[in-house]
Design a binder for this molecule. Structure first.
Ligand code: ZN
Ligand code: ZN
Length: 587
């Protein structure tokens, strides 16, 4: 029955488009037709993925909670098929360059949906796919809505939570141990929502008694469902019983496909991996030269007793890094130090004509809000495409809760030099600046399907570019930039080897400590990330490499006419499209 209906729809779509093509199709018509299709597609996308819509700042479907069962996955596949057919009928050649890119991004999205459900199947092995907390936080965090309306929305959304977790249990089949532990931790994290955020909001609200009762009832049932889910995971999959779990390593074949879809590079994973190995060797060589240059400044007459072997050279580099890392700010002035540096970066960028910075869009450095705390470090929280005027936050987690020892280790890692690189990466002209340009891009499709390698690649590219333009050109700064760049490079090498070549935790740790000069704590956190994500860690090196190659190519082709500022502004004007598509648009 379903199949017949589906075929009928296909014929209808083909017919509709044939008619259009038949009546003297101009490219203006094609573009108009495609714009209309995009508008309808986006609306249907948000209907199908209401949680994602909320996260993007589109709040029409906030109250809807999809039940993650088989039926739901089939509906996603039908949406992908339908969109695919509509694209097939679209006159691709008649589209302008920007629409061609949008077309390809939608096509890539469809392939991603099919891949995820039919091959990758994380709904079976990743229990952390099921977590109500984040979705509700996104609603409560929505500034434009008053608290009463938010609580009404949450009441509706939470009504489906017991069914949501029942479907979760039915979907899970031989999960990984790592994702099971993560699911337990993250779902426990949502108790903060049930115990603090929601009750506090209720106190501040003016709901009617009936509304209050419905709210209290639904939140109580939802909380119970979360507790049951956690208990069920612990009982069904006790972490001591290794026979219950599958490995988190996805293997070469799935990895290659996921790399193709997620990173959308013009290189394969294996090709990019080879480039990362070359870069690592280059960085070791350059760091060794800098270590010789800086040695006597930090160690005086004490001669380094080593030989010319790689192990010995790496030890020398490590000793020097450890010594210079002692230059760092005090733990209680971490946030202020970051805040103070931003105007200095802005001044440098303006003086050197690097890129136009939009001074009307505020950047606010703040303490990471409680619900997002627990993740250490600093990060940018950019407004989504539906909320362009909102403030960008630079969330910094204060070190108050650290032991003296952990704080010291953290501050050495983010020493005076690395902290500047971090600010360039996260804020100016990194993620914050890129986010503002991306929101200015007229294409909502490019904003929705923002490419992770473009976003991370840009932030990594500007670190290197700022130093090339003469920002703080001391040998120490260059040494720490190389260390940072080595981390980006080794993220790729690590991810690839863990997922495809079965590296053990011991191999990974040895690699990060000895070849990337990382602290043990940093290395163990990186191992955890490599076991929970796949391919994401490759986005830094891949994006940087592709952006840098594009720039050098254009430089060569344009000679004296090449203008760095223009290159930056033009690159960012295409939003967060994949670098390979921006490349087509710029060449
Ligand atoms: Zn210290
Ligand atoms: Zn980043």
């Amino acid at each position: 029955m379903k199949k017949i209906l589906f075929l009928a729809l296909t014929v209808f779509l083909l017919q509709a488009c044939k008619n259009r093509t038949g009546s003297g199709n101009s490219s203006a018509d094609s573009n108009k037709h495609f714009e209309k299709f995009k508008t309808e597609f986006v609306e249907e996308l948000w209907q199908t993925y209401p949680g994602w819509a909320t996260g993007m700042g589109y709040h029409k479907y906030d109250s809807v909670l999809m039940i993650p069962n088989e039926e739901r996955r089939n509906a996603e596949l039908r949406f992908a098929d339908k969109t695919g057919l509509a694209l097939d009928a679209m006159p691709f050649e008649g589209l302008d360059a920007n629409n061609k890119t949008d077309y390809k991004l939608i096509r890539n999205f469809i392939e991603g949906v099919r891949f995820n459900i039919l091959e990758f199947k994380s709904h079976e092995w990743d229990p952390s796919n099921y977590n109500i907390g984040g979705m509700v936080f996104d609603i409560m965090d929505y500034k434009q809505l008053n608290v009463d309306d938010k609580l009404r929305t949450v009441t509706k959304k939470l009504a489906n939570v017991p069914a949501f977790y029942e479907a979760a249990k039915a979907s899970i089949n031989k999960p990984t141990k790592e994702h099971t532990e993560l699911a337990i931790k993250q779902n426990e994290g949502s108790f903060y929502l049930f115990n603090n955020v929601l009750p506090d909001s209720l106190k501040a609200s003016k709901l009617t008694e009936a509304e209050r009762n419905a709210f209290v009832q639904n939140t109580a049932a939802a909380k119970k469902a979360v507790e049951n889910y956690i208990a069920w995971l612990k009982k069904t999959y006790p972490t001591t019983d290794t026979t219950k779990f599958r490995s988190f390593k996805i293997g070469k074949e799935l990895y290659a496909k996921k790399f193709l879809l997620d990173v959308d590079s013009r290189y394969t994973a294996a090709e990019m991996y080879a480039k990362a190995e070359v870069r690592k060797e280059y960085l070791h060589k350059e760091m060794n030269k800098l270590a010789d240059e800086l040695w006597s400044k930090y160690f005086g007459d004490a001669v380094f007793k080593g030989d010319a072997t790689a192990d010995s050279q790496n030890l020398k580099i490590k000793m020097l890094i450890d010594k210079i890392s002692l230059q760092h700010c005090k733990r209680d002035s971490f946030l202020q130090t970051i805040e103070k540096q931003l105007p200095e970066l802005t001044a440098f960028i303006n003086a050197h004509h690097i890129i136009d910075l939009d001074s009307t869009k505020p950047l606010e450095v703040r303490k990471t809000p409680d619900y997002a705390a627990g993740v250490a470090g600093a990060g940018i929280n950019s407004p989504g495409p539906y909320d362009k005027e909102a403030t960008t936050y630079y969330n910094v987690t204060p070190l108050n809760n650290y032991t003296a020892e952990d704080a010291e280790s953290y501050l050495r890692e983010y020493n005076d030099y690395v902290l500047q690189i971090l600010n360039i990466h996260e804020a100016i002209p990194g993620h914050y600046t890129q986010g503002i340009y991306a929101n200015r891009s007229p294409s909502i499709i490019k904003a929705i399907f923002g490419n992770g390698a473009t976003i991370e690649g840009w932030a990594c590219y500007v670190e290197r570019m700022m130093l090339e333009e003469g920002y703080n050109p001391s040998p120490e700064m260059i040494l720490f930039y190389y260390k940072w760049n080595l981390r980006e490079t080794c993220n790729f090498i690590l991810d690839y080897n863990v997922q495809c070549n079965n590296w053990s935790q011991q191999q990974a740790t040895d690699f990060l400590v000895n070849q990337a000069f990382q602290q043990k704590k940093e290395a163990s956190e990186k191992w955890r990330r490599a076991s929970l994500t796949q391919v994401q860690l490759t986005s830094y090196f891949t994006g940087l490499t592709e952006i840098y190659e594009l720039r050098e190519e254009l430089k060569k082709a344009q000679g004296d006419k090449f203008d760095l500022k223009k290159f930056h502004e033009q690159f960012l004007s295409f939003g967060s499209a994949p670098v390979k598509e921006i490349r087509e648009l710029m060449r």
